[in-house]
Every structure is written in structure tokens, then in C-alpha cells.
Design a protein around this ligand. Structure first.
Ligand code: NAD
Length: 366
């Protein structure tokens, strides 16, 4: 028998709850790998505050080299009160920017899912929000955060929103290709009624759509309307394509929909190696107690599998998370009323058990 494909994962647990939640994601990967005929290695490397304490830098060269040579990077979270007074390159979070740069990632993927089982935990009305499944595709390396000229002038300050056609095209491809694997709909967000750079954004996205993705439905929304629609009727969205600034704000707005930060995964892709991490931080208030919600990290591992082309395994992981919630398991952040909360590790084990099962034929696409 042929040896199974083996993927090398650089595992960066980081600080606070990072080690706890990434451990559960690896447990689930382990279960799903053996059921889908591939294997992986997960070598642990220092990152963030843990790396600062040991080596004096939040992103040591050894970690950089290992990430660049890996097939994918799984990160927990970095930072915490111990390093809050650090400045500049001694801040744990500065290591994150260096990591993204080292990998050359330019597309940030942020799925926002509100399973029907958790709709009552949302700050919005359950009937409005249950079943929401949005994928934000945000451009990560251009736009107003990096445009020049910028800085103070004699009598004020300026920041410049800049996008080249090539930058818009490559992120548009990411959005259309994701939509092809989902529900075939892209909403591109801009401010083309005011900003010239948004006029170009709209032109280029429309051209890419017409020339290469006639099977995907495209619509354009102004960012102010998009913000209102995300709150009013989030179920209308499939893939939302945005530049850096608008994506930053809209994806955080949408992150409030599920009612817990612990549920949200993310991926940064497009470079040599992808980076997969939950949206939340290191949650020092609950670290070390085995109570954190591992779902965001487990779903980040599903995005990792998608990126490696292991789509069936990725769907199995998403399905296992849904099935575990449907079976009534809740971590403390999700338990309402008299629901009993289970630990991080119990939840992870429950998902791992279900991830090894075949996905039922009639299961809805998660
Ligand atoms: P946070 O996301 O760590 O926590 C905010 C709140 O959400 C806390 O009450 C926390 O207990 C809760 N929470 C977060 N994740 C959870 C989970 N998986 N399960 C259950 N509850 C969860 O944000 P913060 O408190 O503003 O930041 C804490 C530290 O994390 C800071 O040092 C910050 O700089 C850092 N941070 C790191 C990242 C990252 O590594 N990508 C992102 C954001 C913040």
C-alpha cells in the first residue's frame, strides 16, 4: 500500500488559552486524518509572549524558518497582561505582523456562522440570525493601512487608500473561487459613490466576474448599506469581498452575531504557506482552566484542510462541530439557563469522535 500524504504543520500554541484550544484542534485533525487516509506532523514552536520570555523576541528565527518550510501554520493566540507594558518589537502582537509578512499572505478569510442550535445566544433575534453563514474575504496587505503618502503634515494628517488593479484582481479571484465551493454568490463592498479607489475596485471586480466567473452571481453594496444589512438580515450573504479597511470593520461587526468570540475561525492565505488561527485573543481571564471554547480553532483547522485540498476531511470537521452542538455539548461561554458546561478538552474529544465518522449523505453543507 502507498504511504499516505503527510502534511507538516507548524504548531504555534502562543499564550493564554492558545495551547488549550490548539491542542483540541490537533486532536480533531488526528481523528479526521486517519479516517481520510492522510497523515500529518505537528511540531511545536515558540511564538508571542512565550517566545519573548525564552528568546527575547516574539517571533524567533527558528519559528520563522519552520513556518516557511511547513505546509500550514496553526496558531493559538498571543499576548497577555505580563507583556502589556512592552513596546514596539517587544510586544507579543508585533510577532503576528512579522509572521504574516514572512508568509506573504494577502487574503484573510473570516467565516461567520450562527448554527440554528446557537441562535438563542446571539444578541439579535434568533429567527433573523439562525443559519447565518457568511465568508468574509478581506484584502490584507493593501489599502489605507499601507498607502502613501501618510503621516502628519504642517497643519493636519493624511492617510491614503491605494489599490492597484493587480491587488484587486487577486483578491477577487479568491472570493469567486470560494463562492464556487459554497452557494455561488459574491457581495463586493466598496464606497464607489465617493472614493475613486472604490470606483476602480468595482470596475475590476466586475471585469473578473464577467470574464472568468459567469457561474457566480455578483452584486455590489456600498459599505454603509452593507453594515446595515449585516445586522438587519445576515442570512442574505454568502461570500463578502472587501478591501482592508472595510473588511476589518465589517468582519468585527459580524463577529458579534454568534454571541461568543470563541466560535470564530480565520485563515490568512495567498502566500507560500497559509496561517490558521481563531479570531479571539489569548483570553488571560480564563487561561489554564480548561474552560475555553475550542470551536474557533477547530474550525480554523477545517479551513487549513480546505487549503490543503482535503475538502472531505474539512467538511467532516465542520459537520462534527455541528453534531456535537446538536448533541447538546456546550462550553461555558455558550451554556445558557440550566445547560451544563463541559470543559475544553471534553468538547474537543466529542468533536474528534464525530470527525472520524463519515459525513451523512444528506447532511447540509456546513
Ligand atoms: P480576547 O479575545 O482574548 O478576550 C475577550 C473576551 O472573550 C474575554 O472575556 C475572554 O475570556 C473571551 N474569550 C475569548 N476567546 C474565548 C474562547 N475561546 N472561549 C471562551 N471565551 C473566550 O481579547 P482581549 O481580552 O482584548 O485580549 C487578551 C490578550 O489577547 C491581549 O494581550 C491582546 O493583545 C491579545 N490578542 C491577541 C490576538 C491574537 O493573538 N490574534 C487577538 C486579539 C487579542
Amino acid at each position: 500500500m502507498e504511504n499516505p500524504t503527510t502534511y507538516d504543520i507548524a504548531w504555534l500554541p502562543g499564550d493564554g488559552i492558545g495551547p488549550e484550544v490548539t491542542r483540541e484542534a490537533l486532536r480533531v485533525l488526528d481523528a479526521v486524518a486517519s479516517a481520510h487516509d492522510f497523515a500529518f506532523t505537528a511540531e511545536e514552536y515558540l511564538m508571542g509572549g512565550a517566545a519573548l520570555d525564552e528568546t527575547g523576541t516574539p517571533f524567533p528565527n527558528e519559528t520563522r524558518a519552520a513556518c516557511q518550510e511547513s505546509d500550514a501554520v496553526l496558531l493559538g493566540a498571543v499576548g497577555g497582561p505580563k507583556w502589556d507594558d512592552n513596546t514596539g518589537e517587544k510586544r507579543p502582537e508585533s510577532g503576528l505582523l512579522a509572521l504574516r509578512k514572512a508568509l506573504g499572505v494577502y487574503a484573510n478569510l473570516r467565516p461567520v456562522l450562527v448554527p440554528e442550535t446557537l441562535a438563542s445566544a446571539s444578541p439579535l433575534r434568533p429567527d433573523r440570525v439562525g443559519g447565518t453563514d457568511i465568508l468574509f474575504v478581506r484584502e490584507l496587505t493593501g489599502g489605507i493601512y499601507f498607502g502613501t503618502p501618510e503621516g502628519r503634515t504642517d497643519d493636519g494628517a493624511r492617510s491614503t487608500m491605494v489599490y492597484s488593479e493587480a491587488e484587486i484582481e487577486r483578491i477577487a479571484h479568491v472570493a469567486f473561487q470560494r463562492a464556487q465551493r459554497r452557494h455561488g454568490h459574491v457581495t463586493s463592498v466598496d464606497k464607489a459613490n465617493v472614493l475613486e479607489v472604490s470606483e476602480l475596485w468595482r470596475e475590476v471586480v466586475t471585469r473578473v466576474s464577467e470574464e472568468q466567473y459567469p457561474d457566480v452571481e455578483l452584486r455590489h453594496l456600498y459599505v454603509d448599506n452593507a453594515a446595515m444589512q449585516v445586522v438587519r438580515d445576515p442570512q442574505q450573504f454568502d461570500v463578502v469581498l472587501t478591501g482592508n479597511l472595510f473588511g476589518d470593520i465589517l468582519s468585527d461587526l459580524a463577529a458579534a452575531l454568534p454571541g461568543s468570540l470563541g466560535l470564530l475561525p480565520s485563515a490568512s492565505v495567498g502566500g507560500t504557506v497559509g496561517l490558521f488561527e481563531p479570531v479571539h485573543g489569548s483570553a488571560p481571564d480564563i487561561a489554564g482552566q480548561d474552560v475555553a471554547n475550542p470551536i474557533g480553532t477547530i474550525l480554523s483547522a477545517a479551513l487549513l484542510l480546505d487549503e490543503l485540498g482535503e475538502h472531505e476531511a474539512a467538511d467532516a470537521v465542520r459537520h462534527a462541530v455541528d453534531a456535537t452542538l446538536e448533541a447538546g455539548f456546550r462550553t461555558a461561554d455558550l451554556a445558557v439557563g440550566d445547560e451544563e458546561a463541559v470543559s475544553t478538552s471534553t468538547f474537543g474529544r466529542e468533536v474528534a469522535t464525530r470527525a472520524a465518522d463519515p459525513v451523512p449523505q444528506n447532511a447540509p453543507t456546513p
